[in-house]
Design a protein around this ligand. Structure first.
Ligand SMILES: NC(=O)c1ccc[n+]([C@@H]2O[C@H](COP(=O)([O-])OP(=O)(O)OC[C@H]3O[C@@H](n4cnc5c(N)ncnc54)[C@H](O)[C@@H]3O)[C@@H](O)[C@H]2O)c1
Length: 247
């Protein structure tokens, strides 16, 4: 029996990267896993099923409220009611302020910020009914660093902290905690293919633990935050960043 046996965890953007590592770990902890991603989550399914866990995945654009509602119905039919929501989905294109179009601005806000609202609205009622729930939102240490070309991204990741704090205030009486995790720069397929790869030496050199972060560095903190052990931890932003920032 893992510490999450009997729980159902929904992970947005879980087809790759950090969300995929989260799915694997929460499955190892005993939770059933549901993934909403714009891509097929076949690799994540294979990882979860290899741990002996239950998995449901659906193609869902998190910016479309109708698709979110459909996903909630599908998850309900496949696995039941969610106890844990990990708002992991996010995009982080480097773009100078002058190059950000209105369309770019709305898209990053829709994916990184609006989806937190849509998914929380969808899954909080079930958590409330059972007086137990865990919501974890992904923010970033970019909030505290001098990283150019990220006006839009930093805006959304500051919003994730505000959302975490505001929602924690309202859901505490119902046994639901809301927290945020702030990674450093993480090596994965997306960052390897982007301009961010140019910072793979510089960012770790500013960390107390001077090596490049990998998705697996984040999973233990998530596992704790969604467990019974973290029942009195809410509204917090936990930096899991090798000591890059010190709050
Ligand atoms: N990688 C890093 O260095 C880093 C650092 C700090 C914070 N973060 C945050 O961690 C989270 C995960 O990042 P990652 O590096 O694992 O990203 P990733 O690019 O590896 O994975 C993101 C996933 O989101 C999915 N996605 C994108 N748009 C979508 C949409 N409209 N609807 C549904 N799914 C969609 C993608 O298909 C992908 O599977 C993000 O919120 C990101 O901002 C990442």
């Amino acid at each position: 029996m893992g510490r999450l046996t009997g729980r159902l965890a929904v992970i947005t953007g879980g087809a790759s990267g950090i969300g995929q590592a989260f799915a694997k770990r929460l499955s190892e902890d005993g939770a059933a896993i549901a993934v909403a991603d714009i891509r097929h989550a076949a690799d994540t399914r294979a990882m979860v099923e290899a741990t002996g866990g239950q998995f449901f995945g659906a193609v869902c654009d998190v910016t479309d409220p109708a698709q979110v509602v459909r996903f909630v119905d599908q998850v309900g039919a496949a696995l039941g009611t969610a106890d844990i929501l990990v708002n992991n989905v996010g995009i982080f294109p480097l773009q100078a302020f002058d190059d950000i179009s209105n369309e770019d601005w709305h898209r990053i806000n829709a994916i990184n910020t609006d989806s937190l609202f849509y998914f929380s609205k969808a899954f909080v009622p079930g958590m409330r009914a059972r007086k137990w729930g865990r919501i974890v939102n992904l923010t970033s240490t970019v909030n505290w660093l001098m990283i150019p070309k990220y006006v839009h991204y930093i805006t959304t990741k500051a919003a994730a902290i505000g959302f975490t704090r505001g929602l924690a205030n309202e859901l505490g009486p119902d046994g639901i905690t809301v927290n945020a995790i702030a990674p450093s720069l993480v090596r994965n397929v997306t960052t390897e293919a982007s301009e961010l790869a140019g910072m793979f030496d510089a960012i770790p050199s500013m960390q107390a633990i001077p090596r490049l972060q990998v998705p697996e560095d984040l999973v233990g903190t998530l596992s704790f935050l969604v467990s019974d052990d973290a029942a009195f931890v809410t509204g917090q932003t936990i930096a899991v960043d090798g000591g890059l920032t010190k709050g």
